[in-house]
Write a protein that binds this ligand. Structure first.
Ligand code: FE2
Length: 386
């Protein structure tokens, strides 16, 4: 057994824990910015709770930056970073779904160093960024899926280049993940399914890719068991707090698993989809691609796919993984094709080229290393539905 495990994120988990935001944040200074989406944190009361807690612990200034949208852009990161610098902000609170959290983390990197968001995608580890300069980030998820609250990734879109790339750097970890499952109660069944499927694919891809890390595998396995049992419950009973609690926990486990083991080809092929079609939610793209890619992948890591099939309640055979994925997506109302999502057939070749150019860093760890032809074929298979 040979593995590394480093997680510099303090996790504060539990029902109602958003109340402790002010107390936790106090350590990091007096001037805060809350980075959030346009609507949901206001409508579900999370923003009010966060502001109330900060104020009761004597914060001097809080700016609410509420322009984050799904598939967050480099432009938004740059704009918020400028405000952070001008207003001499001490620490950053990300409040919302994956987009708000990814943006908050990227704003810390950009505002604490120089340049723009796009300078930091695929940025190498090394001494050029100075750790102690980085502004602390507190992530408060209001969905259960992304896992961004516990990992080093920020996925950022560049609408001009039609590219969606990742800031993946050890300075991009939040300082604190404040995970309060009650904040997920107001998610609609559809949003619950979409975000839950993201966590499901994180667990599937981290478990089955070629990176060896037995400890991270345990997290992915546990996440899959929980998601199998509790995501359908959360979708059909949105106010079931126990289901919300388990899903917040599973998304966190899967978020740590991908931090240690990364993802694989499903994510690699999805990013070009939502880069070209920003109205497609990340996990809808994942759901459309997952069955065909699982069918392509299972021979490359038969033991892990057999284990996955078994966890999902199927015979422990690698080929059963394909129906295990497809049936589960069906069960939570996420069995979709690229065509149904609005992808144009003539775009498939461009998507394949983009995957080949922009996601090839993932190819060596994918269970089966794909060729350009394989990728095009997988898009074609996912177009009508596999
Ligand atoms: Fe994801």
């Amino acid at each position: 057994m040979n593995f590394d495990f480093y997680l510099p994120v303090e996790i504060i988990f539990g029902r109602g824990r958003i109340k402790s935001l002010g107390e936790v944040a106090k350590r990091y200074g007096y001037r805060a910015i809350i980075i959030t989406g346009r609507k949901s944190a206001k409508e579900n009361g999370a923003l009010e709770k966060a502001l109330g807690s900060l104020k009761s612990w004597g914060v001097e200034k809080v700016i609410v930056y509420d322009k984050v949208e799904p598939n967050p852009t480099d432009k938004i990161v740059n704009e918020a970073s400028q405000i952070v610098v001008e207003e001499k902000i001490d620490y950053i609170v990300g409040l919302g779904g994956g987009s708000a959290l990814d943006t908050a983390k990227a704003v810390s990197i950009v505002s604490s160093n120089e340049g723009y968001a796009w300078d930091y995608v695929n940025y190498p580890e090394g001494p050029r960024l100075i750790p102690y300069l980085n502004r602390p980030v507190i992530c408060i998820p209001t969905t259960a899926g992304t896992g961004s609250e516990v990992n080093r990734y920020s996925v950022i879109s560049n609408p001009i280049r039609k590219e969606k790339l990742v800031i993946s750097h050890s300075l991009n970890y939040p300082k604190v993940a404040l995970i309060d499952p009650e904040l997920c109660l107001s998610m609609s069944p559809k949003l619950t399914a979409i975000t839950g499927v993201d966590a499901f694919i994180h667990a599937l891809e981290s478990l089955t890719n070629k990176v060896e890390n037995v400890f991270a595998d345990e997290l992915a396995i546990r996440a899959l068991r929980i998601i199998k049992e509790w995501l359908p419950v959360a979708v059909s009973e949105p106010s079931n707090l126990k289901a919300r609690e388990w899903m917040s926990y599973a998304a966190m486990l899967a978020g740590i698993a991908i931090d240690k083991k990364r993802v694989a080809l499903i994510h690699g092929m999805e990013h070009p989809v939502s880069a070209h079609y920003p109205n497609i939610a990340h996990a809808e793209g994942l759901a459309a691609l997952a069955p065909a890619i699982t069918n392509f992948n299972y021979k490359g890591n038969p033991k892990k796919y057999a284990l996955f099939a078994e966890i999902m309640g199927y015979e422990p055979k690698p080929e059963k993984a394909v129906s295990a994925v497809a049936d589960f997506l069906e069960k939570v109302g996420m069995r979709v094709s690229l065509k149904e999502l609005g992808v144009e057939k003539e775009k498939l070749e461009r998507l394949a080229e983009d995957t080949y150019m922009l996601s090839r860093g993932l190819f060596p760890i994918n269970p089966v290393e794909p060729s350009m032809e394989d990728i095009l074929k997988l898009y074609q298979q996912s177009y009508e539905g596999f």
